[in-house]
Design a protein around this ligand. Structure first.
Ligand SMILES: O=C(O)c1cc(=O)[nH]c(=O)n1[C@@H]1O[C@H](COP(=O)(O)O)[C@@H](O)[C@H]1O
Length: 241
């Protein structure tokens, strides 16, 4: 295991923006003590490593969400580049196969400060019908579990799965394996293009270590207040005196 497993802060804000200025405007309103930041394909393709470094200079730990999926040498080298950038977490598609995962694990383990290496199982936008259409029969739960076991055997630090599979994954994979769950929606908030969702409290009760939350925070009138509200929900109701 490469870095601290302290699950605090649990919230990872997905910075899904088309340009630097709205992304930084949001970041200025957030607090590195309360959340980490996820940089995905859109912003990284537009702004590159300099943007990640700018976030890190502001004190934020960064999850570089590029979901690498390629031949083993290419993915391992890309993850080494992410480690050189100093990111906290990086992810790959477990469907890239065991050799891709083990080679990446081995090469990251030789580095001084490797990021957490997380494997994507089944995207939260896919349901059973979508899986069948890409030639993967079975339920998302069955496929998540099979991919998660493959990832654990290859030495990954954890997986990305929907909160709906978190309890199953936690029971099968043990306490130490990290569960990162997108598809999180506070009660009453639009589900959008996600198909397999839960509330933050339900996700944590099911075993999630980290919650990836995008639009419910990034589109909120007061993003930090939304984070504080989610933290309150996670802490549970106040004790009765
Ligand atoms: O790896 C991810 O972060 C991810 C995996 C997945 O299965 N589903 C998923 O939604 N995500 C990411 O989680 C974020 C969810 O954003 P919202 O739907 O706006 O909360 C997006 O940045 C997605 O790219």
């Amino acid at each position: 295991m490469s870095q601290s497993l302290t699950p605090s802060p649990r919230i990872i804000v997905a910075l899904d923006f088309a340009a630097q200025s709205p992304a930084l405007a949001l970041v200025e309103r957030l607090d590195p003590a309360r959340c980490r930041l996820k940089v995905g394909k859109e912003l990284f393709t537009r702004l590159g490593p300099a943007f990640v470094e700018a976030l890190q200079r502001r004190g934020f730990e960064v999850f570089l969400d590029l979901k690498f999926h390629d031949i083993p040498n290419t993915v391992a080298a890309a993850c080494e580049a992410a480690a050189d950038l100093g990111v906290w977490m990086v992810n790959v598609h477990i469907a890239g196969g065991s050799r891709m995962l083990t080679e990446t694990r081995e090469r990251l383990s030789r580095m001084a400060r490797p990021p957490l290496l997380i494997g994507v199982t089944v995207l939260t936008s896919l349901d059973e019908t979508d899986l069948a259409a890409i030639g993967c029969p079975g339920t998302p739960r069955e496929r998540v579990l099979a991919l998660a076991r493959l990832g654990q055997a290859a030495g990954l630090d954890g997986i990305v799965c929907s909160p709906l599979e978190a309890a199953l994954a936690r029971a099968a994979l043990g306490r130490e394996f990290l569960l990162v769950t997108p598809g999180v929606r506070p009660a009453g908030v639009s589900v959008g293009d996600q198909k397999r969702v839960m509330t933050p409290a339900e996700a944590v009760a099911a075993g999630a270590d980290y919650l990836v939350i995008g639009r419910p925070i990034t589109q909120a009138a007061d993003p930090l207040a939304t984070i504080v509200e989610i933290e309150r929900e996670l802490a549970g109701p106040p004790a009765i005196p």
